[in-house]
Design a protein. Structure first.
Length: 320
């Protein structure tokens, strides 16, 4: 036999002038070792062939083996990874995207067979059928990227198909702002309106809607005229949630202008007035006096205090 071992798994036939590469394919069902031989003209080619075989074999060994569909994985991801670590509003938004869009289009595809082209075509399909904007589609992209990265970390995928997906192009939204003179006109139109305080908190202090809704009385220092933004209140579906601010930088301390401070004090006294009216409505019937529990009466109590209560009683007596 003219074949001689040159290196491990490589031998040379000096008669035929070719190199043989032994490729170990593992064991068959009976436990016998299975090998395949490949011939090459040069030692360099034989080494490259052996290297490629070992690389592909390692990938095959590392490739997960399961029959999970994308729907199965998303359900597991939401339950075990997203719900315990994300805000309720984030969970709600993710679940809505998954149920309304991702599952009908991609849920049936086996996770191991999901390709970048499947996802690229999904973007086109959902944009045409649901008329979604690029910014909304970008949320779909972020969701799929996060979920499939987790699949790689959990050894459900060798690589994420999202690595080769072209993300939807989000349109940069051009913000418009009120000029100082426009803000003055807006404030003048809203003077005495129930929304005056909310508009001034947004316009003068730059507070977000959820920050205004999440504002508590103990976050206001009237003596130093400071307002502390620590929490936000928002809703998902019909559920209202008190939560942390959107980002860490959103936690901040703001100076209160005189007009905003006065409106906040009036709102505080009015809320106390509502509580007094509610309490009086429980006992007023016994003495034949009833005061309506409404915002107008609360504002009168908030603005005038105890004299306001006397005024309401007098009006009630006159109108009887």
């Amino acid at each position: 036999m003219a074949r001689k071992t040159v290196e491990r798994n490589i031998s040379y036939d000096d008669i035929r002038k070719i190199y043989y590469v032994s490729m170990d394919l593992g064991k068959d069902k009976e436990g016998k070792r299975v090998k395949r031989y490949q011939t090459y003209r040069t030692l360099y080619a034989a080494r490259m062939g052996l290297r490629n075989f070992l690389t592909h074999r390692e990938e095959e060994l590392r490739t997960p083996k399961h029959d999970l569909t994308l729907a199965d994985w998303l359900e597991s991801w939401m339950e075990n990874i997203v719900r315990p670590t994300r805000a309720e509003t984030t969970v709600y938004g993710y679940q809505k995207i998954i149920n309304n869009h991702v599952l009908p289009a991609l849920g049936h595809i086996p996770l191991l067979k999901l390709t970048p082209m499947d996802i690229q075509q999904y973007y086109i399909q959902v944009q045409q059928t649901a008329n979604l904007s690029g910014n909304t589609l970008r949320r779909h992209h972020d969701l799929l990227s996060s979920s499939l990265r987790s699949a790689v970390r959990q050894d459900k995928l060798l690589v994420s198909p999202m690595d080769r997906v072209e993300p939807p192009r989000a349109k940069q939204k051009e913000a418009s702002y009120y000029r100082p003179e426009e803000l003055k006109q807006l404030y003048a139109l809203l003077e005495g309106h129930p929304l005056e305080l909310c508009v001034k908190l947004a316009g003068s202090l730059g507070m977000r809607r959820e920050e205004i809704c999440g504002l508590k009385w103990d976050c206001i220092d009237y003596q130093r005229q400071l307002l502390y933004i620590r929490e936000a209140r928002t809703a998902f579906g019909a559920t209202i949630v008190q939560k942390e601010t959107k980002t860490r930088s959103s936690v901040r301390t703001l100076f209160l202008p005189d007009d905003v401070a006065r409106l906040l004090q009036l709102a505080l006294r009015s809320s106390v007035g509502l509580a007094v009216l509610a309490l009086f409505s429980q006992v007023g019937g016994f003495v034949g006096i009833k005061l309506g529990v409404n915002l107008v009466n609360a504002l009168i109590l908030g603005a005038l205090g105890a004299p306001g209560f006397g005024l309401l009683l007098m009006l009630q007596w006159v109108l009887r």
